[in-house]
Design a protein around this ligand. Sequence first.
Ligand SMILES: *Cc1c(COP(=O)(O)O)cnc(C)c1O
Length: 375
Amino acid sequence: MVKRNVLLNPGPATTTDTVKQALIVPDICPREEEFVGVMQEVSKGLLKIVHADPSEYAAVLFCGSGTINMDICLNSLLPEGKKALVINNGAYSSRGAEICTYYGLDFIDLKLPIDKPADLGVIEETLKANPDVALVYTTHNETGTGLLNPIREIGALAHKYNAIFVVDTTSTYAMRPIDVNKDNIDFCMASAQKGIMAMTGLSFVIGKKSIIEASKDYPKRSYYCNLYMQYDYARAHGEMHFTPPVQVIYSARQALKEYFAEGEQAKWDRHYRVYKAIVSGLKELGFKVLIPDEIATGLVAAALYPDDSNWDFKKVHDYCYERGFTIYPGKVEKRGMFRLCSLGAIDETDIKDFFKVFGEALDKFEVSVPVKYEV
Ligand SMILES: *Cc1c(COP(=O)(O)O)cnc(C)c1O
């Protein structure tokens, strides 16, 4: 048995013992047929989670953290002479814009308020004024704040103006239900350590085969991170082009079994119940939560630091950490805040236990409760 920690940070998430144990397998060369079978099982499960028809969509697997997916989609899917439109209302969309800059892509950085769902009117105006936009990029859940973007509507606009729609679903996939058809998604993505509650090191893009195939002739901007190359190799050989994270893929297979055993709706209900417990625990102590429930994803609560000279995030963090609970710092527009997330194999009772410890920490360091704000 390994010690169980409750991770309230925005991923990696708390995993089950069975997923941890699934890492321990006999040594195997990933070129063996047995391993190719495991890869196929995992790919099938990954498509099923977002209701993607395998004849239309492919799951393309990569060795890396979630950012590799963003990098791959942006550098691989933009045709010569066309523009990307990055809908930027948070830290993760800003990362998307930064990736475009690094590759020297022609793109529009559409900066919007970070505490409001992306404005569809502004997006439509931008698309109307820029008929050379071929790719619209957005973030489903801005993990830095917990803001939810209206992806279904943005996807419909992208298609209306003949652009493909790429969504960073890293912090919603396998948690908040997604349906690639209903949600107008051409490409979405995630990594194994978030929604499916597996280990770090495996990431995947789920996308329309017809578009990946068309991208064969687009400019090649990266060698290791090219979507078509990885897709084409997997199609021909049933495996990744270069060495995969072998043991991590075995544990992902176990995590997928557990995902389907729990069920899409039951799992989302559990994450949301945990989120509600987090928000009410914070509010009881007087904390201000940045994004109201009506426009929140229901997976991340960002609480503003109180205006109290005794408040010291590190001290509170360390007190909780020593007792098995991890909380996560952050910053929005120069204001200090911390995040509590409902990812992972946790439930309401863990949140009850957490607030006991968190309350003790506030008491010990003499932070006044309810916490104070100057404005
Ligand atoms: C976690 C996350 C990523 C990937 O971050 P890594 O640190 O590279 O794993 C990308 N986008 C969103 C929205 C995320 O929450």
